[in-house]
Write a protein that binds this ligand. Structure first.
Ligand code: ADP
Ligand code: MG
Length: 254
């Protein structure tokens, strides 16, 4: 479980402080996906970095499974927008990387990696380098790396944004299947409302503003993960409603 209470983060600039987050509270129950959505600059990436332990200068409370954020003690899976693959390492080495850093490579991991790569359809790409892969293939490699780590929590920053629409939907399904099996507590930042509505049991709508980004609304989404739900008129109506809300927030900001 991830708990954030009254979180505030400021970046210190040359002349003044820039408040990125203000009074942000949210709870992600164990084994669920929380989709965070909101206009550009409202602090979504900042929120993820705090939960990942990459930003430690904040006020408020952040707890993971009841304890403090400790990247040393916890296994935190972080998937950045640009896939985070090292160009000078092969696909296989990229997949092994997070596990190697965390607890060294064990034989038991080899079998798990094989099964995961097969499921993701990347078993024939292991000796290639990232630049020899398509965007969708790179994304699969990135998912293999993070799921092989078996993290306590998974943080994804707009993971499918750089992909074309068809590949993006395909990758959403790939993620959904992996997540369903592993049940990892996840925060997924996205700017696609359809992605939030498909993948998040909880949708957190953030708003930006001069005094820092904050949580504007939290919605429960009982249809999460259902492919049938994506083709309903309710899904379409809900998408439009969310888009209008985000647009209105953007307009208020500028
Ligand atoms: P989002 O991911 O929602 O687009 P960010 O978390 O990246 O938003 O940024 C939130 C705010 O903090 C923005 O106003 C951005 O300009 C500012 N910001 C982000 N990173 C830094 C930084 N390293 N130094 C100063 N300001 C930053
Ligand atoms: Mg961002």
């Amino acid at each position: 479980m991830i708990e954030v209470k009254n979180l505030a983060v400021s970046y210190s600039g040359l002349k003044q402080k820039n408040t990125a987050l203000q009074n942000v509270s949210l709870t992600v129950p164990q084994g669920t996906v929380c989709a965070v959505i909101g206009p550009s600059g409202c602090g979504k990436s900042t929120l993820l970095k705090v939960v990942a332990g990459l930003i430690t200068d904040f006020t408020g409370q952040v707890r993971i499974n009841g304890g403090e954020v400790s990247p040393k003690k916890l296994r935190i899976g972080f998937m950045p927008q640009n896939y985070g693959l090292l160009p000078w390492q092969t696909v296989a080495d990229n997949i092994r990387l997070a596990c190697r850093i965390k607890d060294g490579w064990t034989e038991a991991k080899t079998a798990k990696m094989e099964a995961l790569c097969q499921k993701l359809g990347i078993e024939d790409l292991l000796s290639r380098y990232p630049q020899e892969l398509s965007g969708g293939q790179q994304q699969r490699v990135s998912l293999a790396r993070v799921f092989l780590l078996e993290p306590d929590i998974l943080l994804m920053d707009e993971p499918f944004s750089a992909l074309d629409a068809i590949t993006r939907e395909e990758m959403q399904d790939v993620f959904r299947d992996l997540w369903e099996e592993a049940g990892i507590t996840t925060i997924l930042v996205t700017h696609y409302v359809e992605e939030a509505l498909y993948l998040g049991q909880q949708i957190v709508l953030m708003a930006g503003g001069q005094s820092g980004g904050t949580v504007a609304e939290v919605m429960e989404n009982k249809w999460q993960g259902s492919r049938a739900w994506k083709t309903t008129t309710e899904f379409f109506a809900k998408s439009q409603e969310l888009k209008e809300k985000i647009k209105a927030m953007g307009a208020r900001q500028s």
